[in-house]
Design a protein around this ligand. Structure first.
Ligand code: NDP
Length: 402
């Protein structure tokens, strides 16, 4: 008996619900709960029609601990997969502690009134989860998630010390819209408009947004302009791999995307400060989310591939080596399988695989952990089987200077 509750019925929640249902030999009892129950019901109907698997649905406001506690007491899950928004991480963790439920998410906590994400808030739960004998698995999407597991795999199998890490994230796809984000627009725009930051020789170095960029080559895609961003897995990776001398994160953006983003910023539509409009309090970025294309609906017309991986330099037996490990995911293939585009797919599949690791007892220990703190081998073995095969090259030209 493996009872799992998924919270959040957006693009990622759709993939998780479908992949969990496809693996109902492991996940025997499944509930999908979100703020808007009709979205859960629609996904549950598709799952029943296409896979013949029945899943339960419920409405829950995950900002409210008592609502979560009541739902967890009724359904009695062993694990919650949190694919709602980062704002709900702490309330869901609180409810887990109150009801004895284990926890997994794909994005670290971010306060709604401050565009700032860091692990300290969730790491502060370490002692409480440990004492309760519960496991919390943090950041189990693709990045963070697979990129962190890729790094752990490299450290385990190919290096004595890893020194330089560059996480490279390319969306080489085309959704044929003038402007759209690939996951929740509010979270996406908050992330990209922040200052950049990278780690070098024990210090964090801040940059202006999109200040540092360079063309990088991605397998199967070609050369794309790639921008240095701060990304949350850097924080846990430099802590868990203290031999790192430098850690950076790069993401590709097209000119069209950046031009739209500049306009959005210049006219104040990315603001998280509420404004008064006709007697109503409106948060500009939340209004913008409401008028932008829903990332969940982009799949139909999405062509091309994503390519995300880790480029690492370090030493083994006293000699320097380079290493590149990556996955390419086709938007069309993701759509055919789950009805969603590649970015939701590359997040939802690792979350499902992380939950499988938990139920198989392979990723289960009391406390709060980032994914790189677990054994990477069984996760990566399963990841390929679940639709995200990966590739590795040792001693290749990885394009980065020392
Ligand atoms: P969506 O906006 O498509 O979906 C979010 C879902 O959460 C919606 O169903 C929404 O409900 C629900 N939700 C929001 N607030 C609440 C609440 N208070 N109570 C209950 N449900 C709530 O987002 P995505 O599916 O694109 O992203 C989901 C998560 O995945 C995000 O946290 C995102 O940061 C993360 N992510 C992680 C990645 C990784 O690689 N690690 C990559 C991409 C995303 P409603 O429909 O009612 O608004």
């Amino acid at each position: 008996m493996a009872r799992v509750i998924i919270i959040g019925a957006g693009g990622v929640g759709t993939v998780v619900a479908k992949k969990v249902a496809m693996n109902n030999d492991i996940f025997t009892d499944i509930m999908l709960a979100s703020r808007t129950k009709s979205k859960c019901d629609k996904i549950a109907k598709e799952i029943e029609e296409t896979l013949g698997v029945k899943i339960q649905t419920a409405s829950v406001d995950a900002d409210k601990v008592p609502e979560l506690v009541a739902l967890f007491k009724e359904f009695k899950p062993e694990l919650v997969i949190n694919v709602a928004l980062p704002y709900q991480d702490l309330t869901i963790m609180d409810a887990c502690l109150e009801t004895g439920v284990n926890y997994l998410d794909t994005a670290n906590y971010e306060p709604i009134d401050e565009a700032k994400y860091q692990y300290s808030w969730q790491w502060a739960y370490q002692e409480r989860f440990k004492k309760a004998g519960l496991t919390a698995i943090l950041g189990c999407g693709f990045d963070p998630g697979v990129t962190s597991v890729f790094t752990a795999y490299a450290a385990k199998h190919h290096f004595d010390e890893i020194h330089y890490l560059d996480i490279v994230d390319c969306n080489g796809g085309d959704h044929h819209k003038a402007f759209a984000t690939n996951f929740n627009p509010e979270i996406n725009i908050r992330e990209i408009t922040q200052k950049g930051k990278y780690y070098e020789n024990g210090e964090w170095i801040e940059t202006e947004p999109q200040e540092i960029h360079r063309p990088l080559h991605y397998p199967g895609i070609g050369v794309r302009e790639s921008y240095l961003l701060y990304h949350e897995e850097l924080e846990s990776l430099v802590k868990n791999f203290p031999t790192l001398k430098r850690a950076r994160f790069w993401m590709t953006f097209g000119e069209e995307y950046l031009t739209h983003l500049r306009v959005i910023q210049n006219i104040g539509m990315d603001s998280i400060e509420p404004i008064n409009y006709n007697g109503m309090q409106i948060v500009p970025i939340q209004f913008l989310k409401a008028v932008l294309p829903n990332p969940q609906d982009l799949g139909n017309d999405y062509t091309g591939e994503t390519s995300i991986g880790c480029r690492i330099r370090g030493i083994k037996n006293g000699e320097e080596h380079t290493y590149y490990i990556w996955n390419n995911c086709s938007h069309q293939a993701a759509f055919r399988e789950t009805g969603t585009q590649g970015v939701s797919y590359t997040t939802g599949v690792p979350a499902t695989v992380g939950a499988m690791m938990f139920f198989k007892g392979l990723w289960r220990k009391p406390g709060v952990f980032n994914v790189e703190e677990f054994d990477p081998d069984p996760f990566l073995e399963e990841l390929g089987k679940q639709g995200l095969p990966w590739h590795e090259h040792l001693d290749v030209d990885i394009e980065f200077e020392k």
